[in-house]
Ligand binder design. Structure first.
Ligand SMILES: Nc1ncnc2c1ncn2[C@@H]1O[C@H](COP(=O)(O)OP(=O)(O)OP(=O)(O)O)[C@@H](O)[C@H]1O
Ligand SMILES: [Mg+2]
Length: 407
């Protein structure tokens, strides 16, 4: 089992948290105020997009200042009672031996529904009386539900680190992993992550782990649309969904090309479904999906696509017991990777095929399949015939080199 690199390279001190210098400064200022008594705002509300280091910054801060971090997230404090249990008393006193305490309410966006209104009210109450620093984290602090709460908090915005900062971090990780990475490759990964550091690190791990080098070609095939974080979530929801509709919905809601999705599922299933019988059943579902895809394409009857999607989502999900083998990284479909690696080759074959086709009145495809293999043998063994044929087909220098196996 692998350790996720987001854990392995998780910042231990605030200085390792990339970007957000202003925000970090503001947090430090505020926490220092506490040593001079209770400050005007007893809580900080840190907000910003996912994966930019909000949670990790608070953990690093507590570590730097040797504070005890009392930490939990939304599922732990849905009700007023739970909040009292979690933070009521600890917000009143320090620890016995004078170690300072820091209370963290993480992911408060996760508090939902009317039953949880009481929860938010209770948090506000805790803040108003707090004698220890409290930090809250949200993605969207301007959610109307937080309007009262917000008044008692100092707001700190976390922004997406810059491309350069992310590339620098990825470079550091690569060198620690002993991977020689081309800057352009890391740039592609950083750009795709759109400021989400977590997702950049996850992408890097999926693409580079175990390799000794990472080239631009290794990553160039990644489309922006099928961003990995998105597709990983979709995969997780499909594979581990507890209901058929859930699995189906995951696919429908995702803006992911179905053929691409099939490749992803196909590639990743063996790492998750460990029981051979279940694996066979799951593969059978993918095979059926593929049959329907074939029929839909052949008959142009796109209503059949429904079954294609049903089999690869609900069908797959229903065919196994969903016992997670522990943390398993999702993998990029290697078939697509190799296909794109040989993209140049395929283009070359097609160009040559077209020229042969023009002379022999056959399709470029047929030429590539039936004629080129023989041409290769001739080109590599008989220079005279090679020149003649090259002239007759009108092949350029690159094509001749390709057929002669010089490239
Ligand atoms: N600014 C950063 N510097 C270094 N590593 C980072 C940074 N931001 C994120 N990471 C990496 O990504 C992981 C996740 O970060 P973190 O949990 O802090 O994100 P977050 O902003 O709290 O996201 P969410 O809103 O989804 O909770 C960290 O463990 C770390 O490995
Ligand atoms: Mg977080």
């Amino acid at each position: 089992m692998h350790l996720p690199w987001t854990l392995k390279y998780k910042p231990k001190t605030l200085s390792e948290v990339i970007g957000n210098e202003k925000a970090k400064e503001k947090i430090l200022q505020w926490i220092k105020e506490w040593s001079r008594g209770v400050p005007e705002k007893r809580a900080l509300l840190i907000y910003g997009p996912p994966g930019v280091g909000k949670t990790v910054a608070v953990e690093a801060l507590a570590n730097d200042l040797n504070m005890e971090l009392v930490q939990s997230n939304a599922s732990d404090y849905r009700t007023a009672e739970a909040i009292q249990r979690f933070a009521g008393r600890s917000s009143q006193y320090g620890t016995l031996f004078g170690r300072k305490r820091l209370i963290l309410f993480d992911e408060i966006d996760g508090i939902t529904g009317s039953a949880d209104r009481g929860g938010l009210r209770e948090i506000t109450k805790v803040i108003r009386r707090a004698r220890t620093p409290i930090i809250l984290i949200a993605n969207d602090p301007y959610d109307p539900r937080f309007s009262t709460l917000r008044k008692f908090c100092e707001l700190v915005e976390f922004k997406k680190p810059t491309m350069t900062q992310i590339i620098k971090l990825l470079t550091r990780i690569c060198s620690l992993e002993g991977i020689r990475a081309e800057r352009d490759a890391l740039k592609v990964i950083a750009e795709r992550a759109e400021g989400d550091v977590r997702s950049a690190i996850n992408d890097l791990q999926a693409l580079a782990q175990g390799k000794d080098k990472l080239t631009f070609e290794d990553v160039a095939w990644l489309g922006r649309r099928d961003r990995k974080e998105v597709i990983f979530n979709v995969l997780r929801r499909i594979l581990y969904s507890r209901s058929l509709t859930g699995a189906l919905r995951a696919a429908n809601e995702a803006d992911v090309d179905p053929d691409m999705l099939l490749e992803w599922i196909y590639e990743n299933i063996p790492y998750h479904v460990k029981n051979p019988k279940e694996l066979a059943a799951v593969m059978e579902m993918l095979a059926l999906a593929d049959v329907y895809r074939g029929r839909a394409t052949a008959s142009q009857d796109w209503s059949l696509m429904r079954y294609y999607i049903d089999f690869m989502t609900a069908g797959v999900s229903a065919s196994w017991s969903k016992k997670s083998p522990g943390w398993t990284p999702f993998k990029f479909p290697s078939r697509i990777m190799t296909m794109s690696k040989s993209k140049e080759e395929r283009e070359m074959l097609r160009e040559i095929g077209l020229r042969i086709g023009r002379r022999c009145h056959i399709s470029a495809d047929k030429a590539a399949k039936d004629v080129i293999p023989f041409l290769k043998v001739i080109f590599q063994n008989n220079p005279e015939m090679k020149d003649g044929l090259a002239r007759w087909f009108g092949l350029n220098e690159d094509m001749v080199k390709f057929l002669s196996g010089e490239k």
